[in-house]
Design a protein around this ligand. Structure first.
Ligand code: SF4
Ligand code: SF4
Length: 94
C-alpha cells in the first residue's frame, strides 16, 4: 500500500477575535471546557442575570468555533483576524 505524503507546508491556524454577549450567557462553562487552546476563563464579575460569564485570558484563539457550536445560548463566537500562514499552500496560485 502506498503511504501518503505529509501536506507541506503544514496548514497553520487562523488567529481569531472572540466575541462574547455577556448578557446572554448563563454561566454553564461549556465554552471553557471545549476550547482546545484554553483561551477562556470565567470572569469574577456577574452579568445582569447573576451569572459569571467567560472572558479571554490570552490571544491564542484559533477560530475553531467550538465555543460557538457548544454554547446553548448563542452567546459566543470568533472571527478571524489574521492568518499565521507565511507561504502559499501547495497548489495555490503564485
Ligand atoms: S473559537 Fe475555538 S479557540 Fe477560539 S475561543 Fe472559541 S473554542 Fe477557543
Ligand atoms: S457556553 Fe455560552 S452560556 Fe455557557 S458559559 Fe459559555 S458563553 Fe456562557
Amino acid at each position: 500500500m502506498m503511504k501518503r505524503s505529509p501536506i507541506l507546508p503544514e496548514p497553520q491556524p487562523t488567529l481569531g477575535e472572540v466575541h462574547i454577549d455577556i448578557e446572554r450567557c448563563k454561566g454553564c462553562e461549556l465554552c471553557i471546557d471545549y476550547c482546545p487552546v484554553d483561551v477562556l476563563v470565567m470572569a469574577a464579575e456577574y452579568n445582569v442575570k447573576g451569572y459569571h460569564y467567560p472572558e479571554t485570558t490570552n490571544e491564542d484563539c484559533i477560530t475553531c468555533q467550538s465555543c460557538f457550536v457548544i454554547c446553548p445560548e448563542f452567546a459566543i463566537f470568533a472571527t478571524p483576524i489574521k492568518s499565521t500562514q507565511t507561504s502559499p499552500a501547495v497548489g495555490a496560485p503564485a
